[in-house]
Write a new protein. Structure first.
Length: 121
């Protein structure tokens, strides 16, 4: 009976995780868009920052399902590190992973020395 309950709980947890992974995560960007107290060298235009974050979130809503789940998880972790979450960082990470995956396997590099002939004799 205990194993059955554990199995049911595991299945339920999987569905909850899958359902939540299907939506763009809710990030609190208030820390990201707020000037750091006492730091006069790094001035932040909070209004502009919030607009950029909202635009990135809106774009993520449109494209979220097109990114692989593994990338969504990894990039969400990356974009929330350091206590300053950012939708801009999240979408940048996802787009970079997508673009790298589209590169040719050799990166488009010709690894053959230029002195070698390409024709056989």
């Amino acid at each position: 009976m205990t194993r059955l309950r554990a199995a049911i709980a595991a299945v339920a947890a999987t569905f909850v995780t899958a359902a939540s992974a299907a939506d763009v995560p809710k990030l609190d960007v208030s820390k990201t868009c707020r000037p750091i107290a006492g730091d006069v060298t790094l001035q932040i235009d909070s209004e502009r920052c919030f607009k950029s974050e909202q635009a990135a979130r809106d774009e993520l809503k449109k494209e979220w399902a097109s990114f692989p789940a593994a990338n969504r998880g990894l990039c969400t972790q990356t974009a929330t590190m350091g206590g300053m979450p950012s939708y801009v960082a999240l979408i940048t990470c996802l787009e970079m992973k997508r673009d790298v995956a589209r590169l040719p396997a050799d990166g488009g590099l010709n690894t053959r020395p230029s002195s070698l002939s390409t024709t056989k004799k």
